[in-house]
Design a protein around this ligand. Structure first.
Ligand code: NAD
Length: 483
């Protein structure tokens, strides 16, 4: 019997009233892992009601006691670390080491939440007028929700839930229906913590469940991570319904390589950026812009290293690159490679149609390098979200800056150089929210906000860091005079 996933509402596992269930497959082995309900509005309503009912008692629970749950959560995640890793690999397709990195990053967000007590302080000024004092205090706001993507099934929900609830809010999570099982495990762990009923709730489902969350009058704010078209919908829908919203969208990340870069170290970094997680990272380097004489040696080295990558099942020994999320995704990526070729790019390494022994029906796309890509080509403009690296050649620094800044996305950009002058110019002028200097994946750690500009982010306050505290609390102003 394949397990039918349940929702977690008001401290209990409850069956969804969904009419439809979506199969969840292991994208390498094709094994049917579970069936995910497409939870209807009524389920979302129950979850939000449970979260609303829990709010007053939870917000008045002493902050240090709320933070204690985060210490317990951290311990429990460490204890079940490898189990979580294996589940991320099975439902997502990445490699075991990549999943380890993901779970570790998720735990770092829980670490961050333990310090909320010192981060949500207010401030006070005495004698703002004669005998009058003025205070700004931070208060939680109510029920927050998160809608999260498939590519980091454990880490992304942990960007939000721990900080939101430690600030004193209650929470409803709607994860991706493509990777819902990691969240079942997380909520089993949360259930063991004996949090008061209704503080955390899980509703499994797809876009209809997400819409019900965004339209619910009792949800105060929504954290979203996913593709740009959906981020726009989420931003607009939440605004229309009077909610706070932070919507992190898709990306097209450029990596510039100057002729003075350390070639070997740069290529090692670029490989990880372009082909890590099979290119399914919002920070994945997708276009490498070789400046001047960097082009020929860089292309040669990239080709050599990428051809040697061992593609396979994430849980198998020695695998260096796993699958993409689904067969549908594989077909979409292969279609985009073909569009690049049709527009004049040369596939110097073509990962289409590769077969992995023992996993012949798996959703594999091999590492692909497209050479001769120009800025107007679709492969240079649109997010591919697969293991495809486009190579562009420009004559100088100025042309490189122009090419990168004309992208409609602004999630991340990196430069490889040994010149401090170029590095500073790059950081100063490039319109992207996460900048790497000799770093291929410029991923903000938990105490810094996760950047993102242009069509990669909609909102004001980013996820993580002090921005998260601001997002999940409001400042109330108190003006007092005692006669
Ligand atoms: P997606 O946009 O398809 O789905 C994300 C979430 O939105 C899922 O929970 C999904 O069920 C829900 N959803 C789908 N359609 C919806 C709709 N019309 N209305 C409301 N909700 C809807 O994204 P995905 O394919 O799961 O994830 C990959 C995308 O996420 C990539 O574009 C990647 O760049 C992006 N991403 C961005 C960041 C970031 O920090 N900027 C991080 C990770 C992933």
């Amino acid at each position: 019997m394949v397990q039918k996933l349940k929702n977690y509402i008001g401290g209990r596992w409850v069956e969804s009233s969904a009419a439809n269930y979506t199969p969840v497959h292991n994208p390498a082995t094709c094994e049917l892992l579970a069936e995910c309900p497409d939870s209807p509005r009524v389920d979302v309503d129950k979850a939000v009601k449970a979260a609303s009912a829990a709010y007053e008692e939870w917000r008045s629970t002493p902050l240090l006691n709320r933070a204690q749950y985060m210490f317990q959560l951290k311990t429990a995640l460490e204890e079940r670390f490898e189990e979580l890793v294996a589940m991320v690999v099975k439902e997502n397709g990445k490699t075991r080491d990549e999943a380890r990195g993901e779970v570790r990053r998720g735990i770092e967000s829980v670490d961050f939440a333990t310090s909320v007590s010192s981060l949500m302080r207010g401030y006070k000024t005495e004698d703002i007028s004669t005998g009058i004092d003025e205070t700004a205090e931070r208060q939680p706001l109510g029920v927050f929700a998160a809608i999260t993507p498939f590519n980091f099934p454990l880490m992304v929900p942990l960007w939000f839930l721990p900080t939101a609830i430690t600030c004193g809010n209650t929470f409803v999570l709607k994860p991706s229906p493509q990777t819902p099982i990691s969240m079942q495990l997380l909520f089993e762990i949360l259930d063991d913590l004996d949090l008061p009923e209704g503080v955390v709730n899980l509703v499994q489902g797809g876009k209809d469940s997400a819409l019900a969350v965004m339209e619910h009058p009792d949800v105060i704010g929504v954290s979203f991570v996913g593709s740009t078209p959906v981020a726009k919908i989420v931003y607009e829908t939440c605004a229309k319904h009077g909610k706070r919203v932070q919507a992190q969208g898709g990306a097209k990340n450029y990596i510039a390589v100057m002729p003075d870069a350390n070639l070997e170290a740069s290529v090692a970094n670029i490989m990880g950026s372009a082909f890590g997680c099979a290119g399914q990272r919002c920070l994945a380097g997708s276009v490498v812009v070789a400046v001047g004489d960097a082009y020929e040696p860089l292309k040669r080295e990239l080709l050599k290293r990428a051809s040697g990558l061992r593609v396979g099942y994430g849980l198998a020994e020695n695998t260096q690159m796993g699958t993409v999320i689904s067969d549908q995704s594989r077909q979409r990526i292969e279609g985009m490679i073909q569009e690049g070729v049709n527009e004049g790019a040369t596939p110097v390494l073509d990962g289409r149609g590769i077969k992995v022994e023992g996993y012949e029906n798996g959703s594999f796309v091999g590492p692909t390098i497209l050479d001769g890509v120009t800025p107007e080509m679709k492969v240079a403009r649109d997010e591919i979200f697969g293991p495809v690296l486009s190579v562009m050649h420009v004559p100088d620094f100025e042309s490189m800056v122009q090419v990168i800044n004309q992208s409609r996305y602004g999630n991340a950009a990196s430069i490889f150089t040994s010149s401090g002058k170029y590095a500073r110019e790059f950081k100063y002028r490039i319109r992207a929210g996460n900048i790497g200097i000799n770093v291929g994946v410029a991923a903000a750690t938990a105490s810094f906000p996760f950047g993102g500009q242009k069509e990669s982010f909609f909102g004001d306050l980013h996820g993580q860091g002090q921005d998260a505290i601001e997002f999940y609390t409001d400042r109330k102003i108190l003006i007092e005079r005692w006669l």
